[in-house]
Design a protein around this ligand. Structure first.
Ligand SMILES: *Cc1c(COP(=O)(O)O)cnc(C)c1O
Length: 397
């Protein structure tokens, strides 16, 4: 077998090459590179994808999408728009990419971690609720690996305490959850729930909706927040008053080339997300047929009512054999990755927060067991079978 990489973007690109070339050609002819009509068109495309008939907003509220330079900046802009000040507490997960907590620390806020649920890897709503204090200004859940977190369980508390919800949906564009009275999309899950709600996306090339460089987006149905973010991304100046600054913002804009590429890719996203689910099913079936009842490798759980889009397919390797399996697969040309080797509460830069090993046992155990397997549109069943058979051989099944 040829090498099996953790991600091969060339395979999905080959099916859209002509569309992408046309989109890029359009931007080159216009010679307009920052914000402008391409970005506006993509923002509107996202608004109708996330909102539209799926999220009836009522009254004069409507979903606004504001492009920016990265997912990390989307989170930072969201917290800046909420006026997070030094000492403000934000309840979040210790099991995520660094940016989730970095945006809080950057504003001198205090990341307050709560442990994860061992089956879905997402923040445990009861543990999160127990961490709320009078200083809690926001709740920042992550829809990890493509599966939405159960926000409906904590929304009443957020409403009661006037705590804003900032969803980190960087890994879950297109994921949704059935909450009984309708469907809620990642990044736009709390728009009608009486809380200040903001969703943040990343278009980093490896994400399930990825550009050809950095990019990000903030979405909200709160008009004042939308206006604040639109200003903060251009150094705090109004669109009509470019050299007059009400606030000190960032230089964080989405550029036209990325927006043009992303508009093409968004048209294919449903099909790619559906394919990711097929690939996940194939892994489950293959592991079951080759490993039988052997629980040395545990497959990821899909919580009821969830449309998991499998941004990552992350298994747990039991018996302390994760690193051995990863290294031996690599020797055979099969790449896997550890997301994430060190939970956020144990990162050296957060030592000052006073957390220690043992504080969040579920997150810590997962960081020792988690292994992400290759999953991307275009991966073949034969490639997956090779991986599963190699894993069985290495582990002596
Ligand atoms: C990728 C990612 C981000 C940051 O996005 P960038 O575009 O790389 O800045 C934030 N949160 C999570 C969970 C991510 O996976």
């Amino acid at each position: 077998m040829n090498r099996l990489p953790i991600l091969d973007l060339k395979r999905s690109y080959s099916g859209i090459e002509d569309e992408i070339h046309a989109a890029i050609e359009r931007v080159l002819s216009s010679q307009a590179f920052i914000l402008g009509p391409e970005v506006l068109a993509f923002e509107e495309h996202v608004e109708s994808y996330l909102g539209g008939d799926r999220v009836p907003l009522g009254g004069d509220r409507h979903l606004r999408a504001i492009g920016c330079a990265s997912g990390s900046d989307a989170l930072l802009l969201a917290l800046m728009a909420l006026d997070i000040a030094p000492g403000d507490e934000i309840v979040t997960t210790p099991y995520s990419f660094f940016a989730t907590a970095a945006c809080i620390a950057r504003l001198r806020g205090v990341p307050v971690f709560a442990d994860i649920a061992p089956d879905t890897f997402n923040i445990d709503p009861d543990a999160a609720a127990a961490r709320f204090t009078p200083r809690t200004r926001a709740f920042l859940p992550v829809h990890l690996f493509g599966q939405t977190a159960p926000l409906e369980k904590i929304l009443p508390l957020c409403r009661e305490r006037n705590v804003a919800v900032v969803e980190d949906a960087a890994q879950s564009f297109g994921a949704w959850r059935d909450v009984g009275d309708g469907i809620k999309r990642a990044g736009a899950m709390c728009l009608n729930d009486g809380v200040t709600a903001i969703g943040c996306f990343s278009f980093f090339p490896t994400k399930n909706l990825g550009g050809f460089g950095d990019g990000g987006m903030v979405v909200t149905a709160d008009g004042a927040i939308a206006q604040a973010v639109a200003k903060l991304r251009v150094h705090g100046a109004g669109a009509a008053t470019p050299y007059f600054h009400d606030d000190v913002g960032l230089n964080s804009r989405l550029d036209a080339l990325q927006a043009a590429v992303l508009s093409v890719k968004l048209r294919h996203l449903e099909e790619w997300n559906a394919e990711r689910r097929v690939i996940a099913d194939r892994y489950r079936i293959m592991f079951a047929s080759i490993f039988g009842d052997e629980e040395l490798i545990k497959q990821p759980a899909e919580a009821q009512g969830n449309f998991h889009i499998y941004h990552q397919y992350v298994v747990r390797v039991r018996g302390g054999r994760r690193d051995e399996l990863m290294n031996k697969l690599e020797e055979r040309g099969i790449s896997t990755r550890v997301y994430y080797p060190l939970p956020l509460h144990l990162q050296p830069c957060f030592a000052g927060l006073g957390y220690k090993k043992g504080d969040f046992p579920e997150a810590e155990r997962l960081s020792e067991e988690a292994l992400a397997l290759p999953i991307f549109p275009g991966i073949t069943g034969d490639e997956q079978r090779c991986l599963v058979e190699a894993a069985a051989e290495i582990l002596g099944i």
